[in-house]
Design a protein around this ligand. Structure first.
Ligand SMILES: NC(=O)c1ccc[n+]([C@@H]2O[C@H](COP(=O)([O-])OP(=O)(O)OC[C@H]3O[C@@H](n4cnc5c(N)ncnc54)[C@H](OP(=O)(O)O)[C@@H]3O)[C@@H](O)[C@H]2O)c1
Length: 358
């Protein structure tokens, strides 16, 4: 990708105002070695999970009170999973959980606040049960081109990437004990269309130079994809998978911080070219539940299929590693190093009886 083309795509992204709407020109190919789903952009979350029984599974969905996260929680619960849904406000999480069929529990989670993340992780850990599915769905998108910082870090990066990085880290051992744990990271096409030229801005995480909401959002979404890829590499040899995705372009509350004019533009564009919310949650639900993806990890999905974006930072393992190391440093003392279980001691998700147990 040349600098000019990248700049052009960014500019058109900002002009269109919608996250992920810079639709022209990027080359994508089906990812080799990943089964094709038979679903496309018209599939809904209910359709892709039609024959799937999630009874006995535990799922966590961040940002369950709105848009794609709400639909993801609703459909996972409909299929029998026990879903723990998070929102910044316990009241909104409770309201959302109450309104869906199935078994759900609300939790409070503010991804910009390490104390809130740790409290939420501790609540999840107190279940002392395996977590089978973790959908890192919550996302923030600014609207006024006014840079904001959280603890000295640009706000999109702090919430969308670092917040989920810490949450996943704090509950990873609960996923180890699932029969086949899945981490699903809701990223965006902006991860290759609206990123800074250099990819992750390792030397400028405050984004002191050249700030725009579109690029800051794309930057955080690239971090989502690279985090998911880095996690997959670190989970090699375990039964946990980690994949990321673009949900589509959907008229949710993601434009809440934009001004009225831009919101109208976003509304028009999504009405003309976007997906419904039911379709928008399809890729998350597919990646979280499809039996055909049990061994698929480190991949990026669009419209329920894995795609490789040519000439993007998605596939840059060195950048993913550097991001991981930096993120680890940034969350500092909150980061936990988990011991991996000895897999030979397990069968069908249960610890085999030990000689001394008999
Ligand atoms: N809609 C699209 O066109 C589109 C395109 C590409 C990617 N995505 C991604 O899809 C995901 C879901 O977005 P959506 O479209 O469903 O938008 P949405 O309706 O605005 O939902 C976003 C969710 O994230 C939560 N959230 C925001 N800031 C948070 C924070 N600081 N801490 C914890 N939770 C926070 C929101 O909670 P509150 O309601 O409490 O703020 C809400 O539950 C996001 O990751 C977004 O980036 C969306």
């Amino acid at each position: 990708m040349t600098l000019n083309r990248r700049r052009f795509l960014q500019a058109s992204g900002a002009a269109l105002t919608a996250p992920g709407l810079t639709a022209c020109g990027t080359e994508k190919v089906p990812t080799t070695g990943v089964p094709r789903s038979g679903f496309d952009e018209d599939a809904t979350a209910e359709l892709v999970t039609e024959d799937i029984d999630l009874s006995g599974k535990i799922a966590v969905v961040t940002g369950c009170n709105s848009g794609i996260g709400y639909e993801t929680m609703r459909v996972l619960a409909l299929r029998g999973a026990y879903v723990l849904g998070t929102s910044r406000s316990l009241e909104r999480a409770t309201e959302a959980c109450r309104s869906v069929r199935g078994v759900t529990t609300p939790l409070q989670l503010e991804l910009g606040d390490p104390a809130s993340i740790i409290a939420c992780a501790d609540a999840l850990r107190s279940l002392t049960a395996p977590i089978d599915i973790l959908v890192c769905n919550a996302g923030y998108r600014g609207g006024g081109n006014q840079r904001e910082l959280i603890n000295g870090i640009e706000k999109h990066f702090a919430i969308n990437h670092l917040g989920h990085f810490l949450l996943v880290n704090r509950i990873l051992d609960r996923l180890f004990f699932s029969w086949q744990g899945r981490v699903v990271v809701v990223a965006s096409r902006t991860s290759y269309r609206d990123t800074p030229d250099k990819g992750i801005l390792f030397d400028d995480l405050r984004m002191d130079s050249d700030y725009s909401d579109a690029v800051a959002y794309g930057h955080s979404k690239l971090a989502n994809v690279l985090f998911s890829r880095g996690l997959a590499r670190r989970l090699r040899g375990t039964r946990i998978t980690s994949n990321s995705l673009h949900p589509g372009v959907i008229n949710t509350e993601i434009d809440r911080n934009m001004n009225g004019f831009l919101q109208t533009g976003f509304g028009l564009l999504t009405a003309l070219t976007g997906k419904t919310i039911a379709e928008g949650a399809a890729t998350s639900c597919y990646v979280a539940t499809s039996p055909s993806l049990g061994a698929t990890s480190g991949k990026y999905f669009e419209d329920c299929n894995a795609v490789t974006v040519i000439d993007s930072y998605h596939n840059d393992d060195a950048m993913a590693d550097r991001l991981w190391e930096l993120s680890e440093k940034m969350v500092g003392e909150h980061y936990i190093t988990h011991e991996r279980p000895d897999w030979s001691e397990f069968e069908n998700g249960l610890r085999k009886p030990r000689r001394e147990d008999k």
